[in-house]
Design a protein around this ligand. Structure first.
Ligand code: ACO
Length: 328
C-alpha cells in the first residue's frame, strides 16, 4: 500500500547578511568573473557571529508551525538534516525541541550532506507508514560558512547558509505537497571527494591551530563529473519506474550547487531551461537546505500551480544522491 506523505507549509529562511563575490575578494584571492563563469554564484548568505544552525532552524520552524496552525506539543518527531550542526551532541533537533517547548518528542539529526532533503523525505515516509498519526517537523539547516577555509578559494566561494522547515503528516492540508516517490543512494568508496571536518577524525589539542581537515575539502573536477552522471541517472530511474517522461514534469528543481552542473543535467534529461528552477546565483550551495529553499521560492513565485508535478534531485558528500517526485 502506498503511504500518504504530505509536506505542509514548507518555509525557508536565509540569514540577512549578504556576502557578494566582491566581498570575498577582500579576504581570498578570487574575482567575480571567475566565480560567476565557473559556478553561476553572485552572492550567498552568512549567519551572524552569535548565531548557530539551531537559531536558523528555530526561526524557520516557528514560521512553519504557525503557517500550519500547529502547536509544537502536537509534534511526534523533530528530524533535522544537517552536516553543520551546533554540536556533535546534543542534536540540533533536541536543541530545537527545547526551544519550541515540544515536550518529549522523538528528536534527532542525520547527515546525508546535500542529499539531506531527499533522505529526509524517505525517512518521514517510512515513519508515516508505521504511524499514520505522526506529525513530523522536518528541518534542513546548514551553517556552512562556519566550516569554510577562507584561504581555499576553490571551495570557500561556493557555499552559503540557510534553513527550511515543513510539517509532514498523512493529513491533507491547504498549501501542501504529496511525496509520490523517492530514491536515495550512496557510494561509500568515494568518501574522499568531498568532506566537512570537525568530527573525531580531527585531532586538535588545546592551543593547536586547526588544519585544512577541519574545513570543507573537495576535489571539484571529480565531484562535478559524478554529480552530473548520478543526478541524470537517478532522474531517469525515478521517471522510468513511475512510467513518466520529462514532458510530464512541470518543474525540475535540482540541487543548487553550481549552474554548470544544473545545465549539464538539464541538457542530458532534455528539459528546457524555462522548466528548470535556479536560485544558485543568490544563495550558493546551501547543502541539505538547497532544494527546499528553491521549492519554497518557486511556490512564492507562483511557478508551482495546484496539481503541478515537480521532480527534484540532489548529489553530495558521502557520496550521496537521489531524486523525488512531488505533486502540489
Ligand atoms: N577564483 C579564481 N581562481 C580560482 C578559484 C577562485 N575562486 N578557484 C580556483 N581557481 C583557479 C585554480 O587555482 C586554477 O588555476 P591554475 O589553472 O592557475 O592552477 C583554475 O582556477 C582552474 O581550477 P579548477 O579547479 O580546475 O577549476 P574548474 O574549472 O574545475 O572549476 C569548480 C572549479 C567550480 C569547483 C568545478 O570543479 C566544479 O563546479 N565542481 C563541482 C563542485 C561543486 O559544485 N561542489 C559542490 C558540492 S557537491 C554538490 O553539491 C554537487
Amino acid at each position: 500500500m502506498t503511504t500518504l506523505c504530505r509536506l505542509a507549509s514548507l518555509r525557508a529562511y536565509t540569514p540577512d547578511t549578504v556576502v557578494t563575490n566582491d566581498d570575498l575578494t577582500k579576504f581570498t584571492d578570487t574575482n567575480d568573473a571567475w566565480i560567476v563563469s565557473r559556478s553561476g554564484i553572485r552572492e550567498r548568505r552568512r549567519l551572524a557571529d552569535d548565531e548557530n544552525a539551531s537559531d536558523l532552524a528555530l526561526t524557520v520552524a516557528e514560521s512553519a508551525l504557525e503557517a500550519v496552525g500547529m502547536e509544537a506539543r502536537e509534534l511526534t518527531h523533530i528530524i533535522t538534516a544537517t552536516c553543520t550542526p551546533d554540536f556533535l551532541s546534543p542534536s540540533v533537533a533536541c536543541i530545537l525541541a527545547g526551544k519550541l517547548n515540544a515536550g518529549p518528542v522523538m528528536a534527532f539529526d542525520f547527515s546525508a550532506a546535500c542529499s539531506g532533503f531527499l533522505y529526509g523525505l524517505s525517512l518521514v515516509r517510512s515513519i508515516l507508514a508505521g504511524n499514520r498519526d505522526a506529525n513530523i517537523l522536518f528541518v534542513c539547516v546548514e551553517a556552512l560558512t562556519r566550516r569554510l577555509n577562507w584561504a581555499d578559494r576553490s571551495t570557500c566561494v561556493l557555499f552559503g547558509d540557510g534553513a527550511t522547515a515543513c510539517v509532514c503528516s498523512g493529513v491533507t492540508r491547504p498549501d501542501d505537497a504529496t511525496v509520490d516517490d523517492v530514491i536515495c543512494k550512496s557510494d561509500g568508496a568515494m568518501t574522499d571527494l568531498l568532506a566537512i571536518g570537525g568530527g573525531t577524525a580531527c585531532r586538535y589539542g588545546l592551543g593547536q591551530p586547526v588544519g585544512p581537515d577541519f574545513f570543507v575539502q573537495m576535489n571539484g573536477r571529480e565531484t562535478y563529473k559524478h554529480a552530473v552522471r548520478r543526478m541524470t541517472e537517478v532522474c531517469e530511474e525515478i521517471l522510468g519506474r513511475n512510467h513518466l517522461a520529462m514532458g510530464d514534469v512541470n518543474l525540475f528543481v535540482p540541487h543548487q550547487a553550481n549552474i554548470r552542473i544544473i545545465e549539464a543535467v538539464g541538457n542530458r534529461l532534455g528539459v528546457e531551461s524555462d522548466r528548470v528552477f535556479t536560485n544558485v546565483e543568490r544563495f550558493g550551495n546551501t547543502s541539505s537546505a538547497s532544494i527546499p529553499i528553491a521549492l519554497a521560492q518557486a511556490r512564492a513565485q507562483d511557478l508551482v500551480r495546484p496539481g503541478a508535478r515537480v521532480l527534484v534531485t540532489a548529489f553530495g558528500g558521502g557520496l550521496t544522491w537521489g531524486a523525488a517526485l512531488l505533486r502540489f
